[in-house]
Design a protein around this ligand. Structure first.
Ligand code: ATP
Length: 631
């Protein structure tokens, strides 16, 4: 079901650029939406509701047959005492009641089993759908949104919130149907027998129901606190494991343990509060229930003695009380389920309904490549978290074309990586435009743009998979020969051939079994495998020695003949051969030209060159400046 109009309007206006994860708005439209999701499985839900009603009705018959049987047994006793010899009619009536009771109990069991099965099945189907939608949405949302939310938080919510919604079908929808049948039907039968006794027997229902609801709502508040603590714990653990080398290097285990311990202790305090609340409310409810039962026995016993009702009717009232005890306590559970489903559903739908701030324009066509010329035209950019006047990039003009190499150098934080991010449209420019063959990259499909621009990220990320799967990540249909060719170009083939399982060797979690330089080379192989028109190397040879880097450059010669290359680097030997080198400072191009002209100008580039030559860092004197073409 589509969201109700007001919700739809509210959600439509939200784009992920303006979204924060801390949303706690709860409304009925969320519950309606989950219910509609459940009723999309029409057949299963119809069976579940029908069997819930039938199960409830058969459960209601049990006390009635029990009461009937007690009256019949009492009649038999009375007849025996009076010396009536032929009791066969009364005995067969008692047997019939006993068989009916057994039949009602069996049918109730069968229908309950069916409703549990179908309710659980629909809940699981909703969980499955939501998991897919949520995960798909996390893939769609723009990086500026991901920059602001914590991964651990998203993971915890993706698991616990989906669970909260999933349980709504059984504990919310079907439980309320069952309770209505049991309390409604039970009240009708009891009032028909004796209104006074009915009032006494049912007196515990509102008290226990309200008490259970209050307790559950309080428990829910503590559950939300608990969930937040679990998110914090996941975040700490995730960060700690991700940065385990840094933690060890700084001998910070004790500090990290302390951090984890503090949050764990807070979680324990909340858990203890939950236990106290639970035990207190359970005790109170049990007391009220047995008090009502005692009163029923007392009032009902007096009525039996006075001949106003039969012993069977008193038994019936007591049996009803036994049957209603658990469902009435579950009113609290139901109320909690409503609150939990609306909170959890609200949080999930707020993510699922977000419109990514970076998305294809309606009707956007694929990029049409003619020459493969990429231009930055007076580009300005600020990250969303930055102050308005404080731009990350300002007035950037660049042109990359096939067969040419652009080098970008500059101090840390000057905006080099940001240029690469803008090229792949991971963020949108805030001024000016970026074009490929004259087409603004915001007007073409993201998929066609990202097929055109291959970026080797500064931080190589490898998947826990075999080497060939990692290399072919951008083109899963690539044959072994293309994979090997890419690895050869990236100077990794010989190393891979020496591994125990060759290209099928598994790369450990995040590629930890490879060295930094090997990971960078694998990332280069991955980027050049698909047929992109522009290759961006973002400081992606920093961990590779100069000789290997030179070999990579040599083997890239053929590849770059018909492609543009942008090399971002701190080490000047990586880019001094470029056709044009731009020197970036505080987001502005302060110098540009080829190596010779920049050296002749004696500016920032020349100073850096001298510094690197003097300190022996780079460049090596043997490295030949500008050879023309992207080598
Ligand atoms: N996702 C982000 N959100 C907010 N600010 C960011 C983000 N990424 C980078 N920045 C900021 O933008 C500025 C430029 O960062 P960028 O990564 O482009 O620099 P860089 O020149 O590539 O640096 P380095 O040489 O250290 O890699 C920096 O001040 C950085 O703090």
């Amino acid at each position: 079901m589509a969201p109700a109009p007001d919700t739809a309007k509210r959600l439509d206006t939200q784009v992920d650029g303006a979204y924060s994860i801390d949303v706690s708005n709860v409304d009925a439209t969320v519950l309606m939406r989950i219910t509609a999701m459940a009723f999309r499985h029409r057949w299963r839900m119809s069976v579940a509701v029908l069997t819930t009603i039938l199960g409830g009705l058969f459960q209601l018959m049990v006390p009635q047959y029990l009461g009937q049987a007690v009256d019949q047994a009492q009649g038999l006793l009375r007849d025996a005492a009076a010396g009536v010899s032929d009791q066969s009619a009364a005995e067969s009536a008692l047997l019939t009641s006993a068989l009916l009771l057994l039949g009602a109990a069996i049918l109730r069991g069968v229908f309950t089993m069916m409703h549990n099965y179908q309710g659980e099945a629909v809940g699981q189907l909703i969980g499955y759908r939501l998991r897919l939608d949520y995960y798909r949405q996390l893939q769609r949302l723009s990086l500026s949104w991901h920059d602001r939310v914590h991964t651990g938080d998203l993971m915890t919510r993706g698991i616990l919130d989906i669970e909260g919604v999933r349980l709504w079908v059984d504990t919310g929808i079907l439980r309320s149907v069952l309770l209505t049948v049991l309390i409604g039907g039970g009240a009708v039968v009891l009032f028909r027998n004796d209104p006074v006794l009915a009032c006494v027997a049912l007196s515990f229902v509102p008290i226990v129901g309200i008490r259970a609801s209050i307790a559950r709502l309080k428990l829910r508040d503590t559950w939300i606190l608990m969930q937040d603590k679990m998110s914090e714990l996941t975040n700490v653990m995730e960060e700690n494991l991700g940065g385990i080398r840094v933690v060890r290097a700084f001998a910070a285990q004790a500090f990290e343990l302390g951090r984890y311990d503090r949050i764990s202790e807070e979680a324990l305090t909340i858990a203890s509060r939950r236990v106290r609340l639970f035990v207190l409310s359970t005790t109170q409810m049990t007391f009220v229930y047995f008090l009502a039962m005692g009163l029923t026995l007392w009032v009902g016993g007096a009525k039996v003695a006075a001949g106003e009702i039969s012993l069977g009717q008193l038994t019936e009232a007591l049996a009803f009380m036994l049957i209603l005890q658990m469902p009435v306590r579950q009113i609290g559970w139901m109320i909690n389920s409503i609150a939990r489903a609306s909170t959890c559903g609200g949080r999930l739908f707020n993510v699922i309904d977000l419109e990514p701030s970076i998305a294809d324009k309606p009707g956007a066509g694929d990029l049409v490549l003619t020459e493969g010329v990429v231009r930055f035209e007076n580009v300005d950019f600020s990250y969303p978290s930055w102050a308005k006047d404080d731009r990350t990039l300002a007035g950037i003009d660049l042109e990359a074309r096939p067969g040419k190499m652009i080098g970008i150098v500059g101090p840390p934080g000057s905006g080099k990586t940001t240029i690469a991010q803008l090229l792949g449209r991971y963020y949108d420019v805030t001024g000016g435009r970026i074009t490929v063959d004259g087409q603004d990259i915001r007007d073409v499909t993201l998929a066609s743009l990202r097929d055109t621009v291959a970026i080797v990220q500064q931080e190589p990320f490898l998947f826990t998979a075999s080497i060939d799967h990692n290399v072919a990540y951008g083109d899963p249909w690539a044959g072994r020969s293309s994979i090997e060719r890419s690895a050869q170009t990236a100077q990794l083939h010989n190393y891979i051939k020496a591994l125990p399982n060759d290209y099928e060797t598994l790369v450990g979690e995040r590629g930890v079994s490879l060295s930094g330089g090997q990971r960078q080379r694998l990332s280069i192989a991955r980027a050049i495998l698909p047929d992109a028109k522009l290759l961006v190397l973002d400081d992606s040879t920093a961990a590779i020695d100069a000789a290997t880097e030179r070999r990579i450059r040599e083997s890239l010669k053929d590849y770059t003949k018909e492609r543009g290359v942008i090399v971002i680097a701190h080490r000047l030997s990586s880019l001094m051969h470029a056709d044009e080198i731009v020197f970036l400072e505080a987001g502005r191009i302060v110098e540009r030209g080829d190596h010779d002209s920049l050296m002749a100008a004696g500016g920032r580039y020349a100073q850096l060159y001298e510094l690197q030559a003097r300190t022996g860092a780079e460049p090596k004197t043997g490295a030949e400046p500008k050879t023309g073409g992207a080598s």
